[in-house]
Write a protein that binds this ligand. Structure first.
Ligand code: ADP
Ligand code: MG
Length: 293
């Protein structure tokens, strides 16, 4: 039988925008001392936009944009959506693409007009041992300083263009982080995105501990590392990538607007997708299980 107080708390949770999928998650929440946030789509809105295009010599911005969008046609990543939307807004015709392949946490590849092209971030550059020339290096650094992701269009190891992709911090994130910190809980960012972008979001939100460039299959290892150091950890995420980390954490919290895979991996779902509701989980857990003793 479910103790009456927990049943009541589940109802109270629902009223506060929390869907409790596993009561053990609610019970554990009172012991949390570390909350790990995925960045994209969790602390940020995940509604990316292309804000600048720097094309390598002999390429023009519209051409590289239509090529990059063609490569991304079958990708569901928010960066892909940004490139496709930008090409559409400019009324560009997309060339045909085939042989689409995704490399999780790095980028995508496809054949466009008989050329094998790829689009991706810094991890893709490292994998290909790509050296940036001065112009590309400067543009990338400038984008990073502005908190924008640098996304490259490559043909082999040749860089055809770099795109600045901007996301926006959720308006509620700052308050959510400050509240948790005031409750004595350490807040951490865990992301596949670059150090520059992750640090910039961290600065905006008052978060000093940032794990960046973490590949999808390494996210749950990071949670285990924290647990091995004695931390009681909640993971908050929205993406397919986050599901294993949500399961590994002491408490897995899924963003309601996130992917089905993440929602199914969470103990608790933030129905309103509002990160401020996480503090409510801890408060509700403390109140519920204090009464039971
Ligand atoms: P996050 O942890 O922030 O949700 P992901 O693991 O989804 O990030 O992606 C990590 C990085 O891999 C992105 O920041 C980007 O550099 C690159 N990447 C992944 N998928 C794509 C794509 N479809 N197009 C371009 N870049 C991509
Ligand atoms: Mg995400």
């Amino acid at each position: 039988a479910v103790p009456l107080v927990t049943a009541i708390s589940t109802t109270l949770g629902a009223r506060n925008g929390l869907l409790i999928r596993d009561r053990r998650g609610l019970e554990e929440a009172r012991n949390l001392n570390t909350i790990v946030f995925d960045k994209t789509g969790t602390l940020t809105l995940g509604s990316h936009r292309v804000v600048e295009i720097v094309a390598a010599k002999e390429n023009d911005p519209d051409t590289v944009l239509s090529l990059a969008a063609a490569v991304e046609r079958d990708s569901e990543h928010p960066i892909a959506q940004a490139l496709l939307k930008s090409a559409e807004d400019k009324g560009l015709a997309l060339p045909r693409s085939s042989s689409f392949e995704a490399a999780a946490g790095k980028g995508v590849e496809a054949v466009v007009e008989a050329r094998r092209l790829s689009v991706g971030g810094p991890a893709l550059l490292r994998e290909r041992n790509v050296e940036l020339d001065n112009d590309m290096e400067n543009a990338s650094r400038r984008f990073g300083d502005n908190g924008q992701a640098a996304i490259y269009l490559l043909e082999g190891e040749n860089v055809l263009a770099v795109f600045a992709i901007a996301d926006q911090v959720r308006p509620e994130s700052r308050e959510a982080v400050a509240k948790l910190q005031s409750m004595g809980i350490e807040v951490v960012i865990l992301t596949g995105d670059s150090e520059a972008v992750a640090r910039s979001v961290g600065r905006e939100l008052g978060i000093d501990t940032v794990f960046s460039g973490v590949l999808p299959d390494q996210k749950s290892d990071k949670i285990k590392e924290l647990q091995a150091r004695g931390k009681r950890v909640a993971m908050v995420g929205d993406g397919v990538n986050d599901a294993p980390a949500l399961v590994t954490a002491d408490v897995g919290v899924a963003i309601g607007a996130g992917t089905d895979v993440a929602v199914e991996a969470g103990d608790v779902v933030l129905v309103r997708s509002d990160p401020r509701d996480i503090a409510r989980i801890v408060t509700l857990s403390r109140a519920t299980y204090r009464k039971m003793i």
